[in-house]
Design a binder for this molecule. Structure first.
Ligand code: F6P
Length: 362
């Protein structure tokens, strides 16, 4: 059958639950509208080497709705505008965007569905400014993409973090300990805030509200005075003490921004030292990104994937699908990548948390 057009689909940045739901919805919607889908492997890397692409038919996306990860593979190291190349003198960064544009044409694509977070969408936006017809789909557990109420992957991550808090609660109360859970969230505290409120935390530390460790300890002491001899602290990996800096496990290198981590342990050590309480900390890490998507992420991913293809078929290039309840709308990619969506300090969730006595250490 003659196809009306050909759409490339790629996933970029860190993986998260729900990516396969988007891919499945995109391929099936394209098929029902008479378009062919081409899966681009490993983010923009598949447009630097065209051998890393394959036609995706509905049969190729069977049985993946409930699975984690991405059948297309992904990377957070391969920005074609700043592609890392090792030389005898060290790493140099080269602009390979022209190759991406040339290969887009070589693959006879009529459009590109770019599924990714802030970094990937920025690349998509730059390519669209170079004339590549792009539609973006906002993904990330961090929930920090602007212009959409939510990204898919966030709900699954919050689900994992909340379950972790439930489990920590029982051991914290049995042992009368302070348990500190470090969640992901590079520059924003959405996961820590939502899971902290849903999981009944006593202290929530997020990058948007720098904390004073003595205020955190005051909250823990106050609980102890009232007979509550255990406490639960949730710290986003990007949380910062007042006047301090973010903690990195690994510095930036080879095209990536560096790995955050260690704030939970630091907070735990300080609480133990200042209050004398027995403390334990753990890093939830990539458990938040892997595994089955929640029903919400399957549904949101399906809505996004389908809406993105409809937008492409109708020629709405340079746009991103966005959750604007009660519906999915299109917003210019330029708006989506203009800034990160941070937790507003006066948001109703922060206010509700404070009303309930949850401390932010400020
Ligand atoms: O941006 C998503 C995210 O999961 C961040 O929350 C975290 O800092 C980062 O990715 C971790 O990336 P990596 O998989 O490279 O460790």
């Amino acid at each position: 059958m003659k196809r009306r057009g050909r759409l490339g689909v790629l996933t970029g940045g860190g993986d998260c639950a729900g990516l396969n739901a988007v891919i499945r919805a995109a391929v099936r919607t394209a098929d029902s509208l008479g378009w062919e889908s081409v899966g681009i492997q490993e983010s923009f890397g598949g447009l630097l080497n065209t051998k890393r692409s394959r036609v995706l038919r509905p049969v190729d996306v069977r049985g993946i709705l409930h699975t984690g990860g991405t059948i297309l593979g992904t990377t957070n190291h391969g920005d074609p505008f700043r592609f890392p190349r090792r030389t005898p003198d060290g790493v140099v960064y080269v602009d390979r965007s022209a190759e991406v544009v040339a290969n887009f044409k070589k693959l006879r694509l009529n459009g590109l569905i770019v599924i990714g977070g802030d970094g990937t969408l920025k690349i998509g936006h730059k390519l669209s400014e170079m004339g590549v017809p792009v539609v973006g789909v906002p993904k990330t557990i961090d929930n920090d993409v602007a212009a959409t109420l939510m990204t898919f992957g966030f709900d699954s991550a919050v689900h994992v973090a909340t379950e972790a808090l439930d489990r920590l609660h029982t051991t914290a109360s049995s042992h009368r300990r302070v348990m500190v859970l470090e969640t992901m969230g590079r520059n924003v505290g959405w996961i820590a805030l939502h899971s902290g409120v849903a999981g009944g935390a006593d202290v929530i530390l997020i990058p948007e509200i720098p904390f004073d460790i003595h205020k955190v300890c005051e909250k823990i002491r106050d609980r102890a005075r009232r007979g509550r001899r255990f406490s639960i602290v949730v710290a986003a990996e990007g949380a910062v003490p007042i006047g301090g800096v973010q903690r990195f496990q690994e510095k930036a290198g080879l095209g990536f921004e560096g790995r955050l981590g260690g704030i939970g342990e630091l907070v735990s050590e300080r609480i133990s030292k200042i209050t004398g309480a027995e403390t334990r900390s753990l890093v939830l890490g990539h458990l938040q990104r892997g595994g089955r998507p929640t029903n919400w992420d399957r549904l949101l991913g399906t809505r996004f994937g389908s809406a993105a293809v409809r937008a492409a078929v109708e020629g709405h290039w340079g746009q991103m699908v966005a959750l604007r309840p009660p519906t999915i709308k299109l917003v210019p990619l330029s708006k989506a990548v203009a800034h990160l969506k941070r937790v507003p300090k006066a948001s109703d969730i922060v206010r509700a948390a404070r009303d309930l006595g949850i401390a932010f250490g400020d």
